[in-house]
Design a protein around this ligand. Structure first.
Ligand SMILES: *Cc1c(COP(=O)(O)O)cnc(C)c1O
Length: 364
């Protein structure tokens, strides 16, 4: 039972393990390397990664150097995972990469040069990954830069390119031709690195089929329950469940206004539940009107979302103050809430705040 007035975020590591198994099956032999950037999409990179390690994961991805250092500490000496840092070798960071045993994902020519200098100074071969941009135009070496780097006599001296990777921009829209174009460009790059492993797919790409899987896939959001097509997927389970108690039940009359300013004006008698959670707990304000909560076995429209309180329409549901309402979880679906707020599941997850009390189920 949640304490009165206390929102609760439950993070179900058994559901995470289930989703990992689904992705593993779909990956059909390719290594599943979980992406736990931004503190595991806001759910806690340490607990997630320890459970994923127990499920067999041995390589992880984070975005920032600091996230990599924190993850190394969370995994500890007994779990010597390969931790890739997507930002790559930022200026002056090489000693920190070494100290924490992190693998930079090199994404520019200056980064490659700096990595090579560092490796030669320290007198050993340094395993790195290489990010090649195949059409997302966000991060990575261009095809021309990659070719020049691979063919320059000293370009990669001291480095062992353990992994060549790229990232798909439109994998969640299976009819978009960009994925096939990116796949083709990626294939043209790979012969330059005959000894390297290859990775192209994130969550959505895993489901595009065998040609996209290569040696390793890098799912994030689908491990945490987000559907690969940005809509609910029955194969995946909710990892994050946000509940909060009903604090008050009110009856509004036609013409009554609810909440701030241009909020809601009801046009019929409306019974509402005022719930003890708001956007400070991660319920995105833009989800009002289109989003819903789950209570007493049904979807209940989300009428307003303020910082600490929100209101749902109760209809004639039996309801009592103190009862818990599900705002995100197995019934208030992540992808539905994202769509209602005009965003993606990734953003809904990372916005879950530290204010809600956190409970982990199924720790490793
Ligand atoms: C974030 C990210 C991923 C994971 O993406 P999901 O859509 O969450 O599966 C994989 N690869 C790269 C390069 C990323 O930036």
């Amino acid at each position: 039972m949640p304490e009165p007035a206390q929102a609760r975020l439950t993070i179900d590591l058994d559901a995470l393990a289930h989703n990992h198994a689904v992705l593993k099956r779909e990956a059909a032999g390719a290594e599943v390397a979980p992406v736990v950037k931004s503190d595991g999409y806001g759910l806690g990179a340490g607990p997630l990664a320890r459970r994923l390690w127990a499920e067999g994961a041995r390589s992880f991805f984070v975005a920032r150097l600091g996230e990599g250092e924190a993850l190394r500490a969370e995994l500890g000496p007994d779990r010597p995972a390969t931790i890739h840092v997507l930002d790559g070798l930022t200026t002056g960071a090489a000693p920190r990469f070494d100290a924490a045993g992190l693998t930079p994902v090199i994404c520019s020519l200056p980064q490659a040069a700096a990595a090579s200098v560092w490796a030669r100074q320290s007198g050993r071969r340094w395993p790195v990954a290489l990010h090649v941009d195949t059409g997302m135009n966000r991060q990575g070496l261009s095809a021309e830069e990659t070719r020049a780097l691979a063919q320059a006599p000293d370009g990669l001296r001291g480095l062992e390119v353990a992994l060549v990777m790229s990232h798909l921009g439109s994998a969640s829209e299976p009819t978009d031709v960009r994925s096939a174009e990116q796949l083709e460009r990626f294939r043209q790059i790979l012969p330059l690195f005959p000894d390297s492993r290859a990775s192209l797919a994130a969550s959505a790409g895993v489901f595009l089929g065998e040609p996209y899987r290569f040696d390793m896939v890098r799912p994030g959001v689908s491990l945490y329950g987000g559907g690969p097509l940005e809509r609910p997927d029955e194969r995946l389970q909710a990892v994050a469940t946000l509940t909060a108690p009903i604090l008050d039940i009110r009856n509004l009359r036609p013409g009554d206004r609810l909440g701030y300013g241009s909020g809601v004006t009801v046009d019929r008698p409306t019974r509402i539940g005022v719930v003890g959670a708001g956007y400070a707990d991660g319920v995105i304000r833009a989800a009002r009107r289109n989003g819903y909560a789950w209570f007493a076995g049904e979807r209940r429209p989300l009428l307003i979302v303020t910082m600490d309180l929100l209101a749902i329409e109760l209809g004639d549901a039996p309801a009592q103050v103190g009862e818990a309402v599900e705002l995100l979880g197995p019934n208030a679906l992540l992808d539905d809430q994202a769509a209602a707020a005009g965003t993606v599941a990734h953003e809904v997850l990372v916005r879950l705040s530290r204010r809600a009390e956190r409970v982990y189920l199924g720790g490793a």
